[in-house]
Ligand binder design. Sequence first.
Ligand code: NZQ
Ligand code: ZN
Length: 388
Amino acid sequence: MNGNFTYCNPTKLYFGKNALDGLNIELKKYGKNILFVYGGGSIKQNGIYDKVIEILKINNKNIFEDSGVMPNPTIEKLKDGIDKARKAKIDFILAVGGGSVCDYAKALSVSINCYEDIWDKYFIRFEDVSCKIVPIGCVLTMAGTGSEMNGGTVITNHEAKLKIGHVFNENVYPKFSILNPEFTYTLPKYQMVAGIYDIMSHILEQYFSGNDDNTSDYISEGLMRSLIKSANIAIKNPLDYEARSNIMWTATWALNTLIAKGKSEDWMVHMLGQAIGAFTNATHGMTLSSVTMAYYRFILPYGIEKFKRFAINVWGVNQDNKSELEIANEGLEKMEEWMQSIGLIMNISELGVKEDMIDDLVKSTLIMDGGYKVLSENDIKKIFKDSL
Ligand code: NZQ
Ligand code: ZN
């Protein structure tokens, strides 16, 4: 294992068909004024809203609602939410939804008692929290981001054409998260598939870094194999509990910091995807899939050993009389076939990107330095062009 690290994950998880019962136990630990945060209304259609309201009422909570959290939540929405939460003197935030709702709730939790410019402080200067944090809990309805067990929050600023994530420390993690795989059954297929690829991408971003023998990579390979198997089942039968529960659990472990331990991590696919998201507001997982093949084909020569290992251990590529390069390329081909077979978006044109937008996209892309090559602006331009 490389370097020194600490590992602490304070989020308590309730998993399974009865997971929502955990809300009764948890709510007792917090004050009366609850901000119930949710998205565009899917929870009203599938009955989760009514179930949550019933539990809040049984626990004699004062319920304040903050609805309409959009996919890729915006800084404008966040500012409205801060005002609402301040007026209601909120004790606890309950996020019920996907990654966008959980992320938004975390951004609120660090902003309600902060009187500085939130965008500049957290998303430009990346400062830590210096005010009292309002605790949050999540009831997850979509598997993908891992937001249910981490300190990440991603906010979009359309005016600045920036979509930026801030990963906070453990004090911002949800106090608890409720994971009932059945709550994800009503997800449209497009969202389910986008979530599956978001999980895959989180694992890849951590896996494709370093050349040491690292326990984290063995865990990552197991998670990827489970995800590929369960995704193939869920595509055919979205109501397969076993597959949906594996996908949900894999999502959590893909981004709760465990598999990053001892690793430098890459995250360039996310940086490219976030630039596309800032310009197109496209679905997060699809922004990642649309640049994935161009990025990994570009990076492969710099990390060939790991790409070979990926081909053999994740995709079962056999080594008979093949060069290292052939094996590595075959692994990527298998991944590409799998991505196409589950219905992912494989190019940025389909998300609304035109060639004349590429220079601006390059300017919006943050460059990270943990992967096999630190990209130059020209490299980024080439990857976007190859992704068209
Ligand atoms: O708004 P509602 O009506 O709830 O509909 C949502 C939304 O339209 C719908 N949905 C969610 N659960 C449903 C459902 N529809 C029917 N039945 C259900 N059970 O799905 C749509 C997408 O939801 P969203 O929350 O936006 O998706 P996701 O979970 O993929 O979250 C995306 C956001 O998370 C950020 C992304 O950048 C993006 O802003 N990320 C957060 C990360 C983190 N905190 O660590 C890491 C990720 O890499 C990612 O960047
Ligand atoms: Zn992601």
